[in-house]
Design a protein around this ligand. Sequence first.
Ligand SMILES: Nc1ncnc2c1ncn2[C@@H]1O[C@H](COP(=O)(O)OP(=O)(O)O)[C@@H](O)[C@H]1O
Ligand SMILES: O=c1ccn([C@@H]2O[C@H](COP(=O)(O)OP(=O)(O)O)[C@@H](O)[C@H]2O)c(=O)[nH]1
Length: 376
Amino acid sequence: MATCSLTGARRILLHRWVRQLGDSVQGPQLMDLPGNWQKAKEFFTKPALSYGQYKQQCVSLRIFAFSGICGGCVLSLAMFPPKSSYWITWSPLYWLSYAKQCFTGAAPPLFLEKQHGAQVAALLRPETQAPAPSDTDVSTVAVAPAPAATTTATSAASASPCSVASSASATVLAAPAKPRVVFVLGGPGAGKGTQCAKICDAYPQWQHISAGDCLRAERQDPNSKDGELINSYIKDGKIVPVQITVRLLHKAMQKGQKEGKTDFLIDGFPRNWDNVNGWEEVIGDSAEVMGVLFFEASLAEMEKRLLGRSVTSGRVDDNLESIRKRFATYEKETKPILEKYQKEHKVFKIDAMQSVDFVWAHTQTKLREVVPCQQV
Ligand SMILES: Nc1ncnc2c1ncn2[C@@H]1O[C@H](COP(=O)(O)OP(=O)(O)O)[C@@H](O)[C@H]1O
Ligand SMILES: O=c1ccn([C@@H]2O[C@H](COP(=O)(O)OP(=O)(O)O)[C@@H](O)[C@H]2O)c(=O)[nH]1
């Protein structure tokens, strides 16, 4: 009995002591947000008369300050994401499209679908490495030895299309057997040229060949018999006959190979089925088409960018009338081409609606997927 009353007295004393410390605040429950909001506002409007009241105001204010700071951090991360390719690959913004790719079959295959070979003897003696053999060379003339491919692998039978071998003492890097090609597609003004230029600035083995630039250069050549025809097609936003385009691309690749380039970004090609067939006939197996980088942007955004570009580009087709015609051609003729490459798991989509830097970070990530063995 005595012990019991002692415990009771101790409890009362302890309670008073705690109250004096201000720990036993009385006010709304944690989840009573309107009540807490009221108290939090009083922190600024109604000075507390006791420490208990002051503490309650602080406790209520803390709830909103905490969620405000966390919410602000999350929002700023979403609006100004870090410029890291890791973030861009794994950002929640892309989860939906990755999940979609699993079902639409647009994701790259997990396992190799065809055999890749390598000349082991040549790989083990890089110092005597001969120029690429003529049957795998896009050009018909001798080609300078290309710069080494830029990554390592554990065996010559690596899954990557690079010719890479590893010996006990050192890893030997060699140029790819065939020139590698990545087609760069997307609507007019999506930013293809901008990103291609960045790739070539960063990685010297790449050469940017814009089909449109080749055609415009040919049009300027006074000796060209196709100049007038090219001009009228470009003005009308129509696709120039493939014999002309593919001949110019072939020539540009040959030139690039002589300069030691091994990887080619073919920008704005193929734009229709004729282009696909023309490429197969002329280039065919002499180059390895690694995939398609596809820059995706809305028509409204592309129109805005093209009108912006028209101020300085001096292009006959950067005006509203030609732009609309180019959009129509793109929707009708170029988009269906993507389906072909999609079925082959070769399309690598990039959200081109973001800033140039953001798109660039994403482009590098995708390029690593298209050409896995290069250092990007
Ligand atoms: N991500 C971007 N955001 C805003 N403007 C861009 C972006 N990428 C490119 N641009 C601008 O849009 C215009 C078209 O870009 P360009 O690379 O020439 O497109 P394409 O080669 O696809 O026709 C250029 O004026 C370029 O500076
Ligand atoms: O393979 C090609 C590439 C371009 N063009 C023509 O060149 C124009 C400009 O193409 P470019 O790729 O330079 O510009 P974009 O339309 O992508 O801004 C196109 O509208 C077409 O008329 C073509 O006929 N075949």
